[in-house]
Ligand binder design. Sequence first.
Ligand SMILES: NC(=O)c1ccc[n+]([C@@H]2O[C@H](COP(=O)([O-])OP(=O)(O)OC[C@H]3O[C@@H](n4cnc5c(N)ncnc54)[C@H](O)[C@@H]3O)[C@@H](O)[C@H]2O)c1
Length: 312
Amino acid sequence: MKILIAGGAGFLGSHLCDFFVLRGHSVTALDNFLTGKKENVKHLLKDKNFKLKKADITKNFDINERFDAVLHFASPASPVHYSKHCIETLLAGSSGTFNLLNLAKKNKAVFLFASTSEVYGDPLISPQKESYWGNVNPIGKRSMYDEAKRFSEALIMSFHNLYGLDTKIVRIFNTYGPRMNINDGRAVPEFIIRSLKNKNVTVFGKGTQTRSFCFVDDLTEGIYKLLLSKEHLPVNIGNPFEITLNELAKTVIRLTGSKSKIVYKPLPEDDPKRRKPDIGKAARILKWKPEVKLEDGLKKTIKYFQLSEVSK
Ligand SMILES: NC(=O)c1ccc[n+]([C@@H]2O[C@H](COP(=O)([O-])OP(=O)(O)OC[C@H]3O[C@@H](n4cnc5c(N)ncnc54)[C@H](O)[C@@H]3O)[C@@H](O)[C@H]2O)c1
């Protein structure tokens, strides 16, 4: 396949570039480096099956290649980044999605979109199934991200229904692993970096809110299976193993052998209290389930941060 990966220099995009290049596909990564970086794909630059292009998907971008698949992973993804880049986030999930859908339509290519568990907002039911419509504050602190993703999903379904475009929507639950951005404030990199530096680890609220963390290799496998499937309705991909943020902080402190202490700060507005995917649909139609245990994935991620600049 010839694959375009928008957001290819980001955390998830770069792992997808690795995944497809390793399997002999030809990949063009498109990125404006808003939150991603060239270093994430530096090791691929010498490969004849890989190209990196600087472009903004929300603007007119020039691309004269033909593609079999267009993957949209170009959007700020962490609360720190999407609050700071709120307009860019809304545009990535509106005009950016529109431009990439038109590119896929022109190429008669499969289109796959990185949606999110955030479309469920602060969910009133747990675990969340794809049929749940969500509980989103449309003008809240997270709305630029949640609503951009919800708008994208509606736009994608319109292209599917109107033009018969082969579209896929993956609702990704918290994913972690090497190459996460150190400054994006997400719990896993934040806890690891502070633990490696023996600094206080900050937990919001009482730390009893839960998250479910999926290792990046499990996610890429699930995305690959979805891309090859016939499904065009949204599919949850995530790890249903649920952990409180207190437990996560304690686990990271233990695995890093750190002297850090846990300190508590007030819970941010609209912070979801529970987040756990129902992955019954992925198991049924994709024959997919996550394989990597949290501690094993955390050890690999800790090793990455130990080797990178942050721990120096
Ligand atoms: N990591 C997760 O746990 C998670 C969960 C749910 C959904 N997602 C989605 O997956 C995608 C990738 O997330 P990530 O964690 O890798 O984030 P990331 O910030 O590491 O990667 C996003 C990439 O997109 C690029 N980008 C942003 N706006 C762009 C634009 N207008 N044009 C071109 N490139 C642009 C950034 O420079 C970056 O390289 C996002 O769409 C995100 O919403 C991620």
